[in-house]
Design a protein. Structure first.
Length: 234
């Protein structure tokens, strides 16, 4: 058994769509750590109740006094503080400030642009037992049905999503990764959002000639193709 357990959001077909859980998985792989995964459906709150959390990722680090860490950012900080041999994820105060900004931009702007484009697909992918909860909680947020929100977004909002990604294209013009010559937590944060879409949505959201495909390809190749090997929609 690995010394780390990760509770990860699970939908049908063994797919793992959670962008925040992808941050944790990339972070663990970056630190060259092994982990076991516990799949958690949207409504399986009992599995993570021990952590006092209603969301995943939740990590239990058996090698560090069975420490329980329950937020993707806190997981990254924990791994950097507890595993100093491996390459840094955040890299000092300035690196941490940059990573925090990228996380805020991703959570608000990128996830905000993606959410209506994939929300009915997430519902369709969810375990049948989780679908009513997902529909009710997300329709409250959207103020309309999942299907109406998604079809309106696909008609109107794909150009806005592509525009939203322009800062990334500019950042990647002179360097292979968002973090510079090598990938680090900011790359994992943004890639989590692309994994969210990739696991549930078969519709290509980027233009075929979008230069971001090169970076996405590099991210899918990392850690022996960890993310590429994972089931995609389609
Ligand atoms: N701030 C948290 C957010 C985690 C989060 O929202 N996770 C979602 C999955 S992407 C979740 O567990 N949702 C459960 C629900 O909707 O009830 C983090 O960064 O870890």
């Amino acid at each position: 058994m690995a010394t780390i357990t990760l509770y990860d959001l699970d939908v049908t077909g063994g797919r793992r769509p959670s962008p925040y859980c992808w941050r944790a998985k990339f972070a663990l792989a970056h630190k060259r750590l092994a982990w076991d995964e516990v799949p958690v459906g949207f409504t399986e709150k009992d599995k993570i109740a021990f952590a006092g959390s209603r969301t995943v990722p939740v990590l239990v680090d058996h090698g560090h006094g069975a420490k329980v860490v329950k937020d993707s950012w806190d997981i990254a900080e924990h791994l950097d503080e507890s595993y100093t041999d491996g390459p840094a994820l955040l890299g000092g105060e300035r690196g941490k400030a940059f990573a925090r900004f990228v996380a805020a931009w991703t959570n608000v702007t990128l996830h905000g642009a993606l959410f209506p484009l994939v929300v009915a697909d997430i519902h369709a992918a969810a375990h049948p037992a989780d679908q009513a909860y997902f529909r009710e909680s997300r329709e409250k947020r959207l103020g309309t049905t999942l299907e109406a929100a998604q079809s309106a977004a696909r008609e109107q909002r794909i150009p806005a999503l592509r525009e939203t990604l322009e800062p990334l294209r500019q950042q990647l013009r002179g360097q292979p990764y968002i973090s510079g010559a090598a990938p680090a937590y900011p790359d994992y944060t943004v890639m989590g959002a692309f994994m969210w879409a990739r696991t549930v949505c078969a519709l290509p959201l980027l233009a075929n000639d979008d230069p971001l495909h090169d970076w996405i390809g590099r991210m899918l190749d990392l850690f022996d193709g960890m993310a590429r090997a994972h089931k995609a929609a389609g």
